[in-house]
Design a protein around this ligand. Structure first.
Ligand code: NAP
Ligand code: ZN
Length: 386
């Protein structure tokens, strides 16, 4: 999730300017050295070449294995709304070509000489992170997403070692340090596991952090990729779950996914009935919306947990916070240990994502549908179609 906040786009810009301003002779030397030391692997993918162009086939090369690297043949990759935000530079300028995709599952095809956790043939997953300093306070606590020296995200992020722009999972192959590769169970269908690597951990992590469970009333705002996983986890943790949606047509699905109640947020009567009702609201909405309306649904000491990242800032009226000592917080994906814990929890409890498997060529149509809120509830690309 490169460029997840506007500050994060700055290093990308600096990186690009730096590279484009390299003296020609030095640039040539760099390329020669690179070619001599690394036999790169030809890789197929789909990329956006600019913010306004559709994604299209793109060939590139993955690095040869470093000693701790794992090479994975990608079998499935989920389609996150962050992919769309980034491909279209909605969070600030992205680096192009941009190959999105951070919900990756596949099979290990090769490992570096010092790899201990994986061998060829194993199932493996890669989420939103591919590197971090591993030394700062946050990394040491397993919170690599908050690395004080800047985590490297799976796409649109400068690689810490070679400086190249990371390219994500809309591709047939990925090479990643084993510390950032997850063990994937063979007990669950792989295409339904892929979205757990982002949508799953992004909702699991804050629910665990705020200790949401039995006795709590939780509202989940937005029934898309993140929202449907939030419903499943909150219900699985024992909370009473209410789906807050703009789409009346999703009510039956919301209940099937585990929601106990459903409220249509366009219906002001239904909204009024929910005043001061919830202990928590998990806001997964990707587009600008009125946070104040939902803050008013929180009871005393209630918390609004924001995981959705609309491209524009929002206004919050102070009275909606002080009135009932309410809090508003946010959460970014999850660290590596918690992501593994979440995958293991899902394997044990049979929790997966509800997916619509698509061919790679249909990605642009999938983006159009995602923007309309018409995704039930995660598109997943079958990489065999690439
Ligand atoms: P998604 O599948 O497109 O779901 C978003 C849902 O929000 C829609 O299905 C729709 O649900 C609702 N919605 C859309 N426009 C709305 C509007 N104008 N007003 C109210 N509701 C609206 O997206 P996603 O992949 O779940 O991602 C959601 C957001 O989370 C994105 O901004 C993404 O970048 C962000 N994200 C954050 C993290 C993190 O670490 N915090 C990780 C991944 C993604 P209804 O039809 O039910 O209303
Ligand atoms: Zn994501």
């Amino acid at each position: 999730m490169p460029n997840f906040c506007f500050q994060d786009s700055l290093p990308n810009l600096i990186y690009h300017e730096r590279n484009f301003s390299l003296p020609k002779s030095r640039f040539a030397a760099t390329v020669v050295t690179f070619a001599k030391n690394y036999s790169m692997t030809a890789t197929k993918g789909y990329a956006a070449q600019s913010a306004s162009e559709p994604l299209a086939p793109y060939s590139f090369e993955r690095r040869d294995l470093r000693p701790h690297d794992v090479q994975i043949e990608i079998l499935y990759c989920g389609v996150c709304h962050s992919d769309l935000h980034t491909a279209r530079s909605e969070w600030g300028p992205s680096a192009y070509p941009c190959v999105p995709g951070h919900e990756i599952v596949g099979r290990v095809t090769n490992v570096g000489e010092h790899v201990t956790k994986f061998k060829a043939g194993d199932l493996a997953g890669v989420g939103c992170l591919v590197d971090s300093c591993q030394e700062c306070r946050n990394c040491k606590q397993g919170l690599q997403q908050y690395c004080e020296n800047g985590a490297t995200f799976t796409y649109n992020s400068p690689d810490k070692i070679d400086g190249t722009n990371t390219l994500g999972g809309y591709s047939n192959l990925i090479v990643t340090d084993e510390s950032f590769v997850l063990l994937v169970s063979d007990r669950l269908p792989l295409e339904k596991v892929a979205p757990l690597l982002c949508a799953g951990i992004t909702t699991y992590s804050p629910l665990r952090h705020w200790k949401v469970g039995r006795g709590h009333k939780v509202g989940v705002l937005g029934l898309g990729g993140l929202g449907h996983m939030a419903v499943k986890f909150a219900a699985s943790f024992g909370a009473e779950v209410t789906m807050l949606s703009t789409s009346a047509s999703k009510e039956a699905d919301a209940r099937r996914l585990g929601a106990h109640n459903f409220a249509l947020t366009k219906d002001l009567e239904q909204v009024a009935k929910l005043a001061k009702y919830f202990d928590f609201i998990v806001d997964t909405v990707s587009a600008p919306h009125d946070y104040n309306m939902y803050l008013n649904m929180l009871n005393t000491d209630g918390t609004m947990i924001c995981v959705g990242v609309p491209p524009t800032p929002t206004e919050i009226l102070g009275f909606n916070l002080i009135g009932n000592r309410r809090s508003i917080g946010g959460s970014l994906i999850g660290g590596l240990p918690e992501t593994q814990e979440m995958l293991d929890y899902c394997a044990e409890h049979g929790i997966t994502s509800d997916v619509e498997v698509i061919a790679m060529k249909d990605i642009n149509e999938a983006y159009v549908r995602m923007l309309k809120g018409d995704v039930r509830y995660r598109f997943v690309i079958d990489m065999a179609t690439l």
